[in-house]
Design a protein. Structure first.
Length: 313
């Protein structure tokens, strides 16, 4: 997949990558954000209503193989799983449609995003790098959050540490447009809900946890029984804003089930595979199209640029 020709977009992507490295340091072979993770394999089976939402291949055939990656936040490959800065957690899903043909979902465990545009996100990261989070008074970060209510709301949203990667709910950052066989359009946002329910670790328990407890736990869990998630879609109503990741739709918007994700085994060479795989936030498959959210093209460029560099490391 080639990079876009938009010079401003590419320059902003480079600036964001440089800012991540400034905050976390540069670790060749690892992602600049969500550096620490683990990959598993399994399958996806669509629900009976999925085809009415979209004509996408994986929502209409009996089952589709998947490869997924759970991850911690930050660009630190060795961040302890119990560190509060490791939230929100990431969950990326690749649907393997054919050889070298796939579509992805990229999600994280906090509903929403702190900024609408990439330029605002760069400003947010620069303010973060120039501030002491323990002493915000008079800092650049305090000024930024005071001028950007959505970012303040995102920062203040509780981000508890899950007891397992398998016991957290994950949210698609941006809306997508779904088209069914009749051409009917419907905007929606992904939700990935654990069959085991939401379960979180309390602070006292976290103090006793080893650095890799979430990574180790998911390997042990999937070795004992399949790990199951419900892949759902919150549907937008006419007039809902679909191009701004900071805006939440009303809670009464319907949520439909697209299917069941069943994970059955860890990837044997997870370190090498994490280095190679480049997830794509843009669906690039018939039946699902990107919205006009400005974050999508930017995130896709950043993922591709950093992924190519990661592979060369």
């Amino acid at each position: 997949m080639p990079l876009p020709n938009d010079e401003k977009l590419l320059a902003l992507s480079q600036d964001l990558l440089a800012q991540f490295h400034k905050i976390f340091g540069e670790f060749p072979g690892f992602r600049p954000a969500h550096a620490k993770g683990i990959m598993l394999t399994g399958e996806f089976k669509p629900s009976g209503t999925a085809a009415s939402i979209s004509r996408a291949q994986h929502l209409n055939q009996p089952s589709t193989p998947v490869v997924v990656r759970f991850s911690n936040s930050t660009g630190l490959p060795l961040i302890p799983d119990a560190d509060p800065n490791a939230n929100p957690r990431g969950f990326a899903i690749r649907f393997m449609l054919a050889q070298h043909v796939h579509t992805d979902i990229v999600s994280h465990s906090t509903d929403g995003f702190p900024t609408r545009t990439g330029a605002e996100f760069l400003e947010f990261l620069r303010a973060l790098a120039a501030s002491d989070p323990a002493n915000l008074s008079g800092s650049p970060l305090e000024a930024f959050l005071g001028a950007h209510p959505a970012a303040l709301a995102f920062v203040q949203t509780p981000k508890p540490t899950p007891a397992s990667f398998a016991t957290d709910t994950y949210f698609g950052v941006t809306a997508m447009k779904f088209l069914n066989a009749e051409g009917k359009e419907q905007f929606g946002r992904y939700r990935i809900v654990p069959a085991a329910g939401n379960q979180f670790a309390d602070e006292a328990t976290l103090k006793e946890k080893p650095a890799d407890f979430l990574v180790d736990e998911i390997v042990e869990r999937v070795g004992a029984a399949p790990v199951v998630f419900s892949v759902q879609l919150q549907l937008a109503a006419p007039g809902d804003v679909v191009d701004d990741a900071t805006i939440h739709w009303p809670a009464d918007r319907p949520v439909v089930e697209l299917g069941t994700l069943t994970l059955t085994a860890p990837v044997a060479d997870t370190e090498a595979q994490q280095k190679q795989i480049i997830f794509d936030p843009i669906p690039r498959t018939d039946g699902i199209e990107p919205s006009d959210d400005p974050l999508l093209e930017l995130r896709a460029a950043i993922y591709l640029m950093s992924g190519r560099k990661r592979r060369q490391a």
